[in-house]
Write a protein that binds this ligand. Sequence first.
Ligand SMILES: CC(C)(COP(=O)(O)OP(=O)(O)OC[C@H]1O[C@@H](n2cnc3c(N)ncnc32)[C@H](O)[C@@H]1OP(=O)(O)O)[C@@H](O)C(=O)NCCC(=O)NCCS
Length: 174
Amino acid sequence: MSASTPSPPAGDRSAPAIHLRPARDADVAAIVPLLLRLKRLNEEFDPLLKVRDDAEAQARETVRGQLADPKAVVLVAEGSGADREKVVGFVRAVVRERPFYTPQFEGVIVDIYLLPLYRRRGVGEYLLAEVSSALKAKGAGVVTAEFPAQNEIAVRFYAKRGFRPVTSIHARPL
Ligand SMILES: CC(C)(COP(=O)(O)OP(=O)(O)OC[C@H]1O[C@@H](n2cnc3c(N)ncnc32)[C@H](O)[C@@H]1OP(=O)(O)O)[C@@H](O)C(=O)NCCC(=O)NCCS
């Protein structure tokens, strides 16, 4: 996963050079704003995903905790050119036990986010492939993704890579 440029997809879209690597403590400050952008995007899809006032502090604590958690995977994508060594995207995932089903462990992708300039060029696919390998190496026998049901881009992105709906979460306010 060291210096890495995803294979450009077919067509005239050239993939920007990115460098994908495991996140470290020094990346927390760069990951948090991207994570918040993603949560604010989620908020646009559903009022039940309204972002809390203390989300920034929560994001910092969550990411920090996951960097020390052997069951979590956090990868960052660094850009190229003017964005060299700048974090332009990240993916965050955790391995969870499935007490009643087999495979026993699932790797859950909870966040995947790229700055707009880096989208639609195969970088997301590369992030997905790398996080899937990392989850498999941690024992996951299946990989799943959590995202707002109304996020059609995410639906298409994952469907194109063979993901299908398995369970759904339905909600109503109380
Ligand atoms: C989801 C995301 C990581 C995908 O990364 P990406 O680099 O753009 O994806 P890729 O280039 O590898 O794959 C593109 C495929 O994803 C889907 N897709 C991505 N953007 C799309 C868009 N604006 N409209 C429709 N489909 C889209 C399509 O299937 C597309 O394939 P196509 O270009 O052949 O039509 C990126 O779009 C992103 O950061 N989005 C905002 C955050 C988000 O919604 N995250 C997912 C929920 S957690």
